[in-house]
Design a protein around this ligand. Structure first.
Ligand SMILES: [Zn+2]
Length: 358
């Protein structure tokens, strides 16, 4: 009897060890596409906008590129990586007509509150009420990971918007953030030197947001060199082109981002450190309006539907479900607790969301 118990305990110890190792080997890449609507993600180009001279400079070109008869064809031509590859290997949540809903829990429905919710696992409607460059009093999951020995200096964040150093509280957290028009600074490779040069020579249309190709390649080069275990990348163009009322640029940007995501995925699958060990989680900080038509440009608490978002997951230990067609209600505050579980760290008591079973 005693022997059997000892044997059982030994087996349990081995089992726990294997499980602990499993958790520790997981790498997470969290990605957001600022203000990208679920409407375009699931149905592609909008029939009311794509031929509208008010929002599209060259309607013939845009229709040729992105107009097709059915929503399934339209979304596939707009985001081929999502709909050809991710739909096979992962999960795409948020197609509301099919019953899959993802919503914000904050009531602001703009960027800082959205990113705070995604990154901390909780809305903070009392303190996070503007997009001002104020250090976040809340600790993000990036900071929590950087605070444990396993995650120390194995985390990095890249953003197109220059408010990210404050959202992540770079100073307190110690998480390196390359955002806005910052250049790469340490241990530069040739590509980073060239990116730094180009960033100064390719003017952004906006004052506080750079073009996403810079954010993307700074992140990619950093991953090649430093191999962080947890990376956050925030693309920004979709929101700014929408505010500009430029549907042509909004669609082209969504299409381009899809290609960038494919490149990131392919990089991780070629790299020994990341291959078969990496989970991708992709979402957005808020939705936008649909009715009246011009509200596609806007969001915020007065815009109906701007709390409607989406979530994509694929990679290590993520079941293949494709487009989720069952009734469900997910929330953005579940993203940080889900990541905490993947990385094997305890979920902060402030987090309100429950981990999602992927
Ligand atoms: Zn916005």
């Amino acid at each position: 009897m005693k022997n059997r118990i000892l044997l059982l305990m030994a087996a349990l110890a081995v089992f726990l060890q294997i499980n602990a190792q499993d958790v520790n080997d997981t790498k997470v890449i969290l990605i957001t596409l600022d203000g990208y609507r679920w409407q375009e993600l699931f149905t592609g180009a909008d029939s009311l906008l794509i031929a509208n001279k008010e929002y599209v400079h060259d309607t013939a070109m845009l229709k040729k590129a992105f107009w097709r008869e059915t929503p399934e064809e339209r979304r596939e031509v707009l985001m081929p990586f999502f709909w050809n590859q991710v739909a096979k290997m992962g999960q795409i949540h948020g197609n509301r007509p099919l019953g899959s809903k993802v919503n914000l829990t904050n009531t602001m429905w703009f960027s800082y509150p959205g990113y705070n919710e995604i990154l901390t696992g909780s809305a903070d409607d009392l303190r996070i009420t503007s997009n001002a460059k104020k250090d976040n009093p809340n600790k993000t999951i990036l900071e929590q990971y950087n605070n444990i020995p396993e995650g120390k200096d194995k985390v990095a964040a890249f953003g197109s918007w220059d408010v990210f150093p404050y959202i992540i509280n770079e100073e307190r957290s110690g998480v390196p953030v390359n955002a806005g028009f910052e250049v790469a600074k340490t241990n530069l490779n040739e590509r980073e030197k060239f990116l730094n040069e180009l960033q100064g020579q390719i003017p952004s249309p906006w004052g506080s947001v750079r073009l996403d190709a810079f954010t993307h390649h700074y992140a990619l080069e950093h991953m090649k060199k430093e191999h962080p275990k947890f990376v956050y990348i925030s693309y920004g163009e979709t929101d700014d082109f929408a505010h500009d009322g430029d549907y042509q640029a909004y669609l082209k940007s969504a299409h381009n981002t899809d290609t960038l995501l494919k490149q990131l995925w392919e990089f991780t699958q070629q790299d020994e450190f990341y291959r078969n060990q990496t989970v991708f989680l992709i979402s957005t900080d808020h939705g936008r309006g649909t009715e009246p038509l011009d509200t596609w440009r806007s969001h915020g608490s007065k815009i109906e539907g701007a709390d409607q978002v989406w979530l994509v997951a694929f990679g290590k230990n993520v079941r293949s479900m494709g487009e989720v067609k069952q009734q469900e209600q997910l929330y953005s505050n579940q993203i940080a607790p889900t990541i905490a579980k993947m990385l094997g760290i305890s979920i902060a008591k402030e987090a309100k969301g429950q981990p999602i079973k992927l």
